[in-house]
Design a protein around this ligand. Structure first.
Ligand code: COA
Length: 168
């Protein structure tokens, strides 16, 4: 479907909160964190970057990322969310491609994604795996018993992961 990619500002705050909550995946405190990151980004904090997907003036998805503290050339993709009614139409792929393009442009080497092992996250994990992310670590029971932290990495073309695997 056609959509345009543009910045996300405080005007989209309520819509971003609704979109994030409506996925049904995130705990209330996680939704609150997404809103807080938008506020920090809007206040000029470069550690949190947002791009939004819009249908006309309506925000229908967004991604949020930033440099991983204490690293050189590593970035965290903190959030990627598409309106539940508009998923499976290529919007998440466009958002992710935009994030990757912007990160490559600043010489980023690695993208880190933290997600959950819960079964309701299976489509999310498949989304990352089909877009070149490698499941790299699992922290058992990290979120709560039966809910592991799953860490994915994407190597932005510099061979870091391949070398690390060869040396292991
Ligand atoms: C994960 C998420 C961001 C993906 O966004 P999305 O817009 O549904 O993703 P896409 O539509 O680009 O791709 C998903 C599937 O849709 C299908 N698809 C993609 N483009 C399509 C198109 N133009 N026409 C029809 N189907 C299409 C594909 O089957 C694709 O699966 P693939 O991985 O086999 O290629 C979205 O599902 C979401 O918001 N999930 C809930 C929140 C979440 O889990 N966020 C991540 C937290 S860690």
């Amino acid at each position: 479907m056609s959509c345009s990619l543009r910045p996300v500002g405080l005007a989209q705050r309520a819509r971003l909160e609704r979109l994030t909550a409506a996925t049904g995946l995130f705990r209330p405190e996680e939704v609150a964190t997404a809103v807080e990151l938008l506020a920090e980004s809007a206040a000029g904090d470069d550690d949190y970057q947002f791009v939004g997907a819009y249908d006309g003036d309506e925000l229908i998805g967004y991604a949020c990322w930033g440099p991983t503290p204490g690293t050189r050339g590593t970035a965290d993709l903190y959030w990627i969310v598409v309106d539940a009614a508009r998923q499976n139409r290529g919007i998440g792929t466009r958002l992710l491609a935009e994030v990757e393009e912007r990160l490559r442009a600043i010489g980023c080497r690695l993208i880190v994604v933290e997600t959950s092992s819960r079964t309701d996250y299976a489509p999310t994990r498949a989304f990352y795996e089909r877009r070149g992310f490698t499941r790299t670590a699992t922290l058992p029971a990290y979120y709560e018993p039966g809910d592991d932290l799953v860490i994915y990495l994407k190597d932005l073309g510099h061979g870091v992961l391949a070398r690390a695997t060869a040396q292991a």
